[in-house]
Design a protein around this ligand. Structure first.
Ligand SMILES: *Cc1c(COP(=O)(O)O)cnc(C)c1O
Length: 492
């Protein structure tokens, strides 16, 4: 299997090289030449552990990895870092099922892919004879940076550097990063907002001279963001795993359709669901849930993607996004004309908007149903779900539940419905307590303990760890000093 750019500028790229490169040279995203079909029946697949299923699925995409290499990556990623042996369990609460993707170290779904990416990258650099150390450089608004550091921590041949906005992440998220262990992890708070951090990082990636200077010293810059094919492929696994679990439990019969609802930001998670469906997994409609930054809802309804609009800071910050990068892969999947994709992305870049053809819009309409919720509606959803079932939703998952309720009511569709749960409510304790109309302690740890009492589930060990570990990172820098800070981290 080879990979090519959605914009046609690169073709015949091996899977491992696509992982090393991240982004294609023409600015496009790597996509496989074709989408493979499931290799075994769902019955057979449902007998497999998460790790063995991951191997069966990923080998279809990463065809230049040997069995030993791929199994090494999977074994290293999906071990007791996760707090339950299923890795991604499915639970039933009320009339819906929930796929819990928050059992990894940072309590959010980014762990599913960022636990394995470092190993995929390590094998890929070796296969492509790259001798330099890989330096992962990333700007974060909270979840990605921590999950990436946790994934790369002490992975040989790598360094990871994270910049976050000093006053732009939650207290718990900041503490999560400041106590990060690992000799190769580096964190700096920047005096600016997330956009400043993000543009700062982009400028450094574009700075040929600086990159060459680092290369001479044995460092190659790379990125861990969700456009890397090494993040998409591992995410396909848990959709198949969820279906197989329901099959095994007798909740689904083989071939029965399953509707899924996904809280969406950069369009990575839901794109993995689309790939799983194209591989032959019997998924029904894919529900794309947005928060008040509803650029995707408008896109699916009108065929016009328009980022020229006010940006809202919401209580589901990981969905506060106006450019959903992975959508480009979906456009390519439904219209394999590279020139069209290139033109859309040029429009997006120059005018902040593009319009797809009516034919494409029709195709998308058959597969996707979209909608958005405001913070207040999310709170009501958290409150009602708790009253009805005792289950506590985080503010992102609440958006998917809200849309699921709406869809079930509007469509009258009786298919079983799976809600993808992307974060633990502990991570957003104060928002959750407010939604539940409970007293909200100012202290984060106290708020987390209140949620634990309401939920009657043991608090994850990683929380105590974060609260009790010593602070190891205290660097603060200005935006113009980001380069200097990197040099300091790597060379001193
Ligand atoms: C990143 C994230 C999302 C959005 O996922 P995408 O793959 O970017 O669409 C949703 N919820 C949480 C908690 C996240 O961290």
């Amino acid at each position: 299997m080879d990979y090519q750019s959605t914009r046609g500028g690169e073709r015949g790229v091996s899977p491992s090289l696509a992982i090393v490169k991240g982004l294609a040279a023409d600015g496009g995203l790597f996509v496989p030449d074709s989408i493979p079909k499931l290799s075994k029946s769902l019955r057979e697949l449902s007998e497999l552990s998460y790790q063995d299923l991951a191997y069966e699925m990923m080998k279809l995409y990463l065809t230049d990895f040997t069995e030993e290499e791929l199994r090494f990556c999977i074994r290293s990623a999906y071990d007791d870092k996760f707090d339950c042996p299923e890795i991604a369990p499915v639970v039933k609460e009320g009339k819906f099922f929930y796929l819990e993707l928050f059992h990894g170290k940072t309590l959010a779904f980014k762990d599913m892919a960022l636990s394995i990416l470092p190993y995929l990258l390590k094998v890929s650099t070796r296969k492509n004879n790259i001798k330099e150390k890989i330096v992962i450089l990333t700007a974060t608004s909270g979840d990605t940076g921590k999950a990436a550091m946790e994934g790369f921590s002490d992975v040989e041949g790598t360094e990871i550097i994270v910049f976050y906005p000093k006053d732009g992440v939650s207290d718990f998220q900041e503490r999560q990063m400041k106590v990060q262990k690992g000799k190769n992890t580096h964190v700096a708070a920047i005096l600016g907002n997330f956009d400043d951090a993000q543009s700062g990082v982009k400028r450094i990636f574009a700075d040929e001279e600086y990159r060459a200077e680092l290369l001479k010293k044995g460092y190659r810059l790379s990125s861990a963001n969700s456009i890397n094919i090494g993040r998409l492929v591992p995410q396909i696994v848990y959709y198949v795993y969820a279906y197989c679990q329901l099959l095994k439990q007798g909740e689904l019969s083989e071939g029965e359709k399953l509707t899924v609802s996904v809280p969406t930001g950069n369009f990575g998670n839901i794109l993995a669901a689309y790939f799983a469906k194209e591989m032959g997994l019997p998924l029904g409609t894919l529900l794309c849930a947005s928060n008040e930054n509803k650029v995707l809802t408008d896109f699916f309804h009108t065929g016009i993607y328009d980022k020229n609009r006010p940006f809202h800071l919401t209580t589901s910050p990981s969905m506060d996004i106006l450019i959903s990068s992975n959508l480009e892969r979906l456009l390519y999947a439904v219209n394999r004309k590279e020139k069209d994709i290139e033109a859309y992305m040029k429009d997006l870049n120059e005018r902040g908007r593009y319009q797809i053809s009516e034919e494409m819009q029709k195709k998308l309409e058959e597969e996707f149903y979209s909608g958005f919720g405001r913070d207040g509606e999310g709170s009501v959803t958290i409150f009602q779900t708790f009253k009805e079932t005792g289950y506590i939703l985080d503010p992102h998952t609440a958006m998917a539940k809200l849309l699921a309720d709406h869809y079930a009511y509007e469509s009258g569709n009786k298919e079983k419905l799976l809600i993808v749960s992307t974060a633990s409510p502990y991570k957003f304790s104060q928002t959750v307590l407010r939604a539940l109309k409970e007293y909200v302690p100012e202290d984060v740890y106290a708020a987390i303990q209140s949620v634990a009492e309401l939920w009657k589930k043991p608090m994850p060990e990683v929380i105590r760890d974060v609260m009790e570990s010593e602070v190891r990172h205290n660097t603060v820098c200005t935006v113009p000093d980001m380069k200097l800070t990197i040099s300091h981290f790597l060379l001193s």
